[in-house]
Design a binder for this molecule. Structure first.
Ligand SMILES: [Ca+2]
Length: 189
């Protein structure tokens, strides 16, 4: 009985420890706000565990020195090797029964350099053949470097799409380093 108690206690400790270093996926929620809105949020903290509808985990990094993450410790990074960030990637039929009219991406970016090509992209494709492609420019000449900036990219889906089409949403750095954190994707129907 004593052994069993120790075992149970150790188990609780291990569970407690792993739980504190890897917070539960509460912030990776998909929320059906109402019949006209579905929201996906991701703060990158649990991204390495693999979250449905998100991909490109190799760009998720833990920031330890210098730049601080906007939330927690984890962000997604683009650079000369990884041109595209961690991405939301899903087919329309897996998001809702209806097809979206608008997609709104809110998030935060951080760039150590002026980068006029830094953008957030919506790519809608059929079997990897692009049907709609839009990029939202993130930096103006007056945008400060080495600081987190909030952005809101609104993409109108103004051409016919099919339920089987896939949508990808990601940051693009044109081979320069930048970080993204705390993405919130809202589909409006
Ligand atoms: Ca984070």
């Amino acid at each position: 009985m004593k052994n069993l108690l120790i075992l149970v206690f150790t188990g609780a400790l291990i569970y407690g420890c792993s739980n504190s270093s890897n917070p539960p996926a509460a912030t990776d929620a998909q929320n059906q706000i109402n019949e006209n809105q579905v929201v996906f949020e991701n703060d990158m903290e649990s991204a390495l565990a693999g979250i449905p509808a998100w991909s490109n985990e190799k760009t998720i990094i833990r920031l330890s020195e210098g730049v601080k993450a906007h939330s927690g410790e984890f962000v997604t990074k683009v650079d000369e090797v990884d041109l595209y960030s961690y991405a939301f990637k899903e087919t329309f039929e897996n998001i809702n029964e209806k097809l979206p009219k608008n997609v709104i991406v809110k998030g935060w970016f951080y760039s150590p350099v002026q980068n006029p090509e830094l953008g957030f992209v919506m790519d809608i494709n059929e079997n990897n053949s692009t049907k709609i492609w839009q990029s939202y420019k993130l930096m103006e000449a007056s945008t400060s470097v080495n600081e987190w900036h909030e952005f809101t990219a609104t993409f109108a889906i103004d051409q016919p799409v099919k339920p089987s089409y896939q949508i990808k949403l990601f940051g693009f750095g044109a081979k320069k380093t930048a970080y993204f954190d705390d993405l919130k994707v809202t589909f409006e129907f």
